[in-house]
Design a protein around this ligand. Structure first.
Ligand SMILES: [Zn+2]
Length: 267
């Protein structure tokens, strides 16, 4: 049963990825969200339903446009795979139960947040900006996600932890933004930080997001620096790293924190 559900979420995630990439492109081109149909980036041929089956269309056509036979962006199958893996992994390693309406709503809200995070990931990767058109809806969804926790534990302590998370994920970014005059991180990262705080809800977890993002950033940047490809390394956007780190922290943050306190601090 859970294997079938995992496959189901993987396929649904492929569609999420496809939708996220198309939405990123549409926001970039200021196109109408709903009415506009997809087209080939080369010949502008309108794409039919059979061209838009995630992964399958790209594979069966060998990565080329059906109409003009020019190569299609590799980002397409990559975005779809990313969505599929992200959603399937969310289902498999979801740290909470599914046994009440509130808990199912919590997972559903996470899925919606995941779509918005995917759009931001793909947008920032290509154009080095986190568009507000996506950030503000993400604030709303993340706030609703936080509310599902607050309902089950409506104490001042829950709010205090959130305040700490906001201070770290958004306040610290704002300080870095001000100090570096926008050179190290953009104001979009500060806005994204607020949504991240609502999703991870605790200062330790917010710190973990920063740590993972910086660590992965370092791992990605060092080979570029060594090979002398500095142009590339100086243009790695921080947004996708933060989003990846948030994803890891939401799924594994509690496990990492308790592993750390028992194995490292011997508590
Ligand atoms: Zn074409």
């Amino acid at each position: 049963m859970s294997l079938i559900l995992t496959i189901y979420f993987f396929i649904l995630g492929l569609c999420f990825g496809s939708f996220a990439l198309a939405t990123a492109w549409r926001i970039k081109k200021h196109k109408d969200f709903v009415r506009d149909t997809s087209e080939c980036e080369h010949c502008k041929h309108k794409l039919a339903a059979k061209d838009l089956i995630p992964l399958f269309s790209w594979l069966s056509l060998g990565g080329k446009c059906r109409y003009c036979h020019k190569k299609l962006s590799r980002l397409m199958p990559l975005a779809e795979l990313l969505g599929g893996v992200a959603l399937a992994a969310s289902f498999v390693w979801w740290p909470y139960e599914f046994n009440s309406a509130l808990l199912v709503a919590r997972f559903a809200l996470w899925c919606v947040a995941l779509i918005l995070l995917l759009i931001l990931f793909l947008y920032d990767l290509q154009w080095y900006i986190l568009p507000n058109k996506v950030i503000y809806p993400l604030w709303g969804v993340s706030a609703a996600y936080f509310v599902t926790f607050f309902i089950s534990k409506p104490t001042p302590y829950t709010l205090a932890l959130l305040a700490g998370a906001i201070f770290i994920a958004s306040g610290l970014f704002y300080a870095i933004y001000e100090l570096s005059r926008g050179a190290w991180i953009g104001f979009g990262d500060v806005r994204l930080g607020f949504a991240i705080a609502l999703l991870v809800m605790q200062p330790i977890q917010a710190g973990l997001v920063l740590f993972i993002a910086s660590f992965v950033g370092m791992v990605v940047t060092i080979p570029l620096l060594v090979t002398g490809n500095k142009k590339l390394s100086s243009k790695i956007p921080f947004g996708p790293l933060l989003i990846l780190a948030t994803f890891i922290t939401v799924l594994f943050g509690q496990a990492i924190a308790s592993w750390y306190s028992t194995q490292i601090l011997m508590l």
